[in-house]
Design a protein around this ligand. Structure first.
Ligand code: F6P
Length: 326
């Protein structure tokens, strides 16, 4: 017999991604619409262990849809990895009667939710919130679109300087082990080369293409490198400087600027839809699924699959980069 969910806890966990607030708002307001009590769990699993859990009202989530970061704050909890930590967390939920959870975060957060749900038989619904877009079962993750747009704006500005000085810029973007931010921002800014962990960097090939560019007096070059790429931006710059001494090289690491800021319309929209459907899932008795969006339709994928099966990388997109930047 399915247990009816009567009180929901919502948290944001792992790295913040802009749009998380819009998802929290949707979870809170949908719960209240169904007359379900809803609690905000602060600082992710850490707050669950430390009993930082507070009732949310409709007004608690007013004026946040446009804000980056997360009003619930976030953390990466080491203690939650221990059975003792999870037991304490469960006791804190139990004493309030919380019997359903919505976890907004990335694959690390989903792993925690999956283990917790299996140990204590509490249904957990995952909402993909990460700028890295490294989760299967959804065309979008909350924060990715804003991060890419931030990267695009920054790279456009860097191009101005590259152009003024006839320089080569290597711009490193985030993404952990995934190259999606690099791929999307690189294509959108007309980068000459995009280097990602999903495809081995051929340094000889890179030098050759830069040599050809130099010969035909194309001195402005933009290389977008994902942070997870194996060789690394600084090492690549050192090789270029050594092999092509006439090329003026600079490295720019965009870093955490990509994580914050006001979410784009797309991020607000997907966060609102996912938040609404996460609550509907709990009310329908679904357990341990991630709420994604595929081909503009809601898609429900078991959490373990979302964790194990990474989003398929579109190598075909890399092929068109050379043609479009020639
Ligand atoms: O997962 C999001 C992300 O921003 C990655 O792209 C990056 O590798 C990592 O988090 C950085 O983590 P932290 O903010 O803990 O340094």
């Amino acid at each position: 017999m399915e247990k009816k969910v009567s009180k929901i806890g919502v948290m944001t966990s792992g790295g913040d991604s802009t749009g998380m607030n819009a998802a929290v708002r949707a979870v809170v307001r949908t719960s209240l619409y169904h007359n379900i009590e809803v609690f905000g769990i602060y600082r992710g699993f850490s707050g669950m262990i430390e009993d930082d859990i507070h009732p949310m009202e409709s007004r608690s989530v007013a004026n946040i849809i446009q804000r980056g970061g997360t009003i619930l704050k976030t953390a990466r909890s080491k203690e939650f990895k221990t059975p003792q930590g999870r037991q304490t967390a469960y006791n804190n939920l139990k004493k309030r009667g919380i019997n359903g959870l919505v976890v907004i975060g990335g694959d690390g957060s989903f792993k925690g939710a999956q283990i917790f749900s299996n140990e204590f038989d509490i249904p957990c619904i995952g909402i993909p919130g990460t700028i890295d877009k490294d989760i299967a079962g959804s065309d979008f993750t909350i924060g990715f679109d804003t991060a890419v747009n931030t990267a695009v704006q920054a790279i456009d500005k860097i191009r101005d300087t590259a152009d003024a000085h006839d320089r080569l810029f290597i711009v490193e973007v985030m993404g952990r082990d995934a190259g999606y931010i690099a791929l999307h921002s690189g294509i959108a800014t007309g980068a000459e080369n995009i280097l990602v962990p999903e495809s081995e960097t051929d340094i000889e090939d890179l030098i050759q293409s830069l040599t050809q560019n130099e010969k035909r007096k194309k001195l402005v070059n933009l290389i977008v490198v994902a942070e997870g790429e194996k060789i690394g931006a600084n090492e690549i710059a050192a090789v270029i400087e050594k092999r092509l001494p006439n090329v003026d090289v600079r490295v720019c690491v965009l870093g955490h600027i990509q994580r914050g800021g006001s979410p784009t319309c797309l991020d607000r929209l997907i966060a609102s839809r996912m938040g609404y459907h996460a609550v509907e899932c709990l009310l329908l008795g679904k357990q341990n699924v991630m709420v994604g969006i595929l081909n503009n339709k809601m898609n429900y994928l078991p959490l373990d699959k979302a964790i194990k099966e990474k989003e398929k990388f579109n190598n075909d997109w890399l092929k068109i980069v050379k043609i479009l930047s020639s």
